[in-house]
Design a protein around this ligand. Structure first.
Ligand code: WTA
Length: 670
């Protein structure tokens, strides 16, 4: 306790030191007073059975975090025990120092001795409808072989492997094979463009690329190898690629560089003992948006990430052997890392992977999957839930969803209407909902209900997990009063915290550790209610959540500006019923060009090519000039107001040129 107090005192003395926290305070207007206690039947069977028990656990973890964390870590296999649970010199954390372990071993080999050898590890369904099941024994076999394939291509411990695939079991196999030999994986979402892929490959110095011919999506094919070929024109570090044949369409194979997955696997040995790796050995880098143009390579290391994926899956999803667990996230996002692959496999659970779109061939595909596979835990995103609502109740109503026992939500604040719909229509008023708050940076869930213990309130992620020291604070570091909006921080280290931004320690320090000395700044606004429940308001920086994907507006702006006709661009978000946010781009053209509807389309396509379709602005508005401060900073706040209401009410005293605004407000300049 004494230690904690001194951290806090120091922080408030130094107070606000950084520049990520914006000037205005945060006002939260949401009022929601419905409370849903867990059903007694669920609680009786759950790992944590009451809120009292949760509080006891949380208290124990706060009083002696190190013994709490080591107690969890001991449930997994270590080849050599650690010396120290934690070495903490803010912002540098080292967990389970000197310990040796292996993620792939803990996900696979650990389950092979007993009956789980023949249990389904992955149930996969392709979009066209085929189903494949890989038992733990089979998955281990495939992973061991692919680990040998990677070695045969010259991939060494500590080197980076890029993975650019759709939702196929081989994507999980590739990740686990990297982890087995100690290569760091860099999974790049299959919806990203060649440009985005190239940038991420280069930033991470990837030595090999694993991809596939194409992926099925909404009845058509996403040409992954094609995009990879374009990316590889500018990636000097890539020596070889492995291409999975999925769709069977024609691809170009570069001699000496490109290899077919099935050909290499045919001759690979299935004997590949898991490499004993240091706890702080790299596990993965995963790129996420920041408030400046360049994506941030969030860097995670083995021991802490493994312990946290294991523990959180167990506690939050109350995972057990009988479950068929389905997380709908793509493995190109952090949710896919922690809760499609690692978390469930560490727990010996059955994880379902689905390749395609939720509305293919019909808007009931998800419910059909749940019914046929008897899914018991379903974890998805608010944007998906809002789409389901729009498509209508008749689709889920046509299916037997009684196998479900628990529902989860992640990626953005879930609005209470969507929460209630999820509970009533999908959960049959019987399943607890776990709304899980976390980030790529945190490596795993941080704030969420324990389903058998925590009474839930629609729209709140409820309480921090035992061991997580979260708070909502003002700019000066003092804690906010109940219901006062402020900044979400984490005041003590946790095992799966990001270790740095790959190759950029300075940016790491500045982004997360400069606002509050010694505390992790999340970039989110939040408030706590009188019961201590957390209500996340959203990002406070220039990062927006569109359909559950976190996009940096700066990245989209730089994509727009890279078009030869564009002079300047500013991208802001407007609330959108389905996607959470829609992107509106304000664009000024170079003098010699004139606005046209065709150019709008061209610019949208251009962003699609540069970043990916998820980043395409919903709307493009041309302007003669953008509103700027005297120091030349674009005033996004004003643009946001225009985008949302067409009106401006806020303070305009810092604005350079008022006339620019008048024109914008008057709307369409075409
Ligand atoms: C937002 C996804 C409210 C938040 C795991 C965070 C949420 C960002 C929630 C991280 C939630 C995620 N309630 N907001 N349950 N979950 N967010 O890195 O703004 O893709 O900072 O990680 O999503 O997005 P990321």
């Amino acid at each position: 306790m004494a230690k904690k107090k001194s951290v806090r005192a120091e922080s408030s003395r130094n107070g606000y030191a950084g520049d990520t926290v914006p000037e205005s305070s945060i006002t939260s207007v949401m009022v929601e007073d419905r409370v849903f206690p867990p059903e007694s039947g669920f609680s009786a069977e759950a790992r944590v059975k009451s809120i009292k028990e949760y509080r006891r656990l949380a208290k124990r973890a706060a009083a002696d975090p190190e013994s709490f964390w080591s107690g969890i870590a001991e449930e997994l296999t270590w080849f050599r025990p650690w010396k120290n649970v934690l070495k903490w010199k803010p912002p540098a954390a080292r967990w389970f120092t000197g310990g040796r372990t292996n993620m792939s071993y803990n996900c696979l080999d650990r389950h092979l001795d007993g009956w789980r050898r023949t249990k389904a590890a992955i149930i996969w369904e392709g979009e066209p409808g085929e189903v494949r099941t890989l038992t733990y024994g089979q998955l281990h076999h495939e992973v061991s072989k692919f680990a040998n394939v990677l070695r045969s291509l010259g991939v060494k411990k500590g080197e980076t492997v890029a993975i650019y695939m759709g939702m196929v079991p081989e994507a999980a196999i590739a990740m686990l094979a990297c982890a087995r030999i100690g290569a760091m994986h860099n999974v790049i979402f299959g919806g990203f463009s060649a440009e985005a892929l190239r940038e991420r490959i280069n930033d991470s110095n990837a030595k090999a690329l694993i991809t596939q011919d194409g992926a099925f999506r909404r009845g058509t094919e996403v040409l992954l190898k094609d995009a990879a070929d374009r990316a590889l024109e500018g990636t000097p570090t890539i020596a070889s690629t492995v291409v999975l044949r999925r769709t069977g369409s024609d691809v170009t194979m570069a001699a000496g560089r490109d290899h077919w997955w099935h050909e290499l696997m045919a001759s690979a040995s299935a004997v590949c003992p898991a490499e004993p790796l240091d706890s702080e050995h790299p596990l993965y880098v995963l790129y996420t948006s920041g408030s400046t143009g360049k994506p941030k390579g969030i860097y995670h290391t083995l021991g802490g990430n493994m312990v946290w994926s294991y523990y959180t899956s167990r506690m939050v999803f109350d995972l057990r052997d009988e479950d068929i667990y389905w997380c709908t996230a793509d493995i190109g996002w952090v949710t896919g890392h922690a809760y499609v692959v690692y978390g469930p496999l560490l727990n010996g659970a059955t994880t379902l992977m689905y390749e395609g779109a939720p509305n293919w061939p019909e808007p009931d595909r998800f419910w059909d999957i749940i019914e046929r596979h008897r899914v018991s835990i379903f974890y998805t995103a608010p944007t998906a839930i809002r789409s389901f609502m729009r498509w209508g109740e008749s689709h889920p109503r046509r299916h037997d969803l009684t196998s479900l026992r628990l529902l989860g939500s992640v990626g953005e604040p879930i609005n209470p209407e969507a929460w209630m719909w999820y509970r009533n229509v999908i959960g049959g008023d019987r399943c607890p909902i776990v709304d899980t708050w976390w980030q790529t940076e945190t490596g795993g869930i941080m704030i969420a209900p324990l389903p058998g213990a925590t009474p839930t309130k629609p729209g709140s992620a409820t309480l921090p997990l035992p061991g997580i020291d979260a708070d909502v604070v003002r700019r000066d570091g003092t804690s906010c009063k109940p219901n006062e909006g402020g900044y979400l921080v984490v005041k003590s280290p946790w095992p799966s915290m990001l270790r740095t931004i790959y190759g950029d320690d300075e940016r790491f320090r500045k982004t997360y550790w400069s606002n509050y000395r010694g505390w992790y700044f999340t970039g989110d606004g939040a408030r706590r209610d009188a019961d201590g429940y957390f209500w996340i308001i959203g990002r406070v920086d220039d990062v927006v959540n569109v359909a559950g994907h976190r996009l940096g507006t700066a990245e989209i702006e730089s994509a727009l500006v890279s078009h030869r006709q564009v002079s300047e661009a500013a991208v802001v978000a407007r609330p959108d019923e389905i996607k959470g946010n829609a992107l509106i781009a304000f664009v000024t053209l170079k003098a010699e060009f004139t606005p046209s509807p065709e150019l709008k389309e061209e610019l949208r396509d251009h962003v699609g090519r540069e970043i990916g379709h998820i980043a395409k602005p919903e709307e493009i508005r041309f302007a003669d000039a953008l509103p700027k401060t005297r120091s030349g900073k674009i005033m996004r706040r004003l643009l946001r107001e225009i985008a949302v209401s067409g009106e401006i009410h806020g303070d305009m005293t810092t604005l350079e040129d008022l006339s620019s605004l008048e024109k914008l407000r008057d709307g369409e300049e075409e």
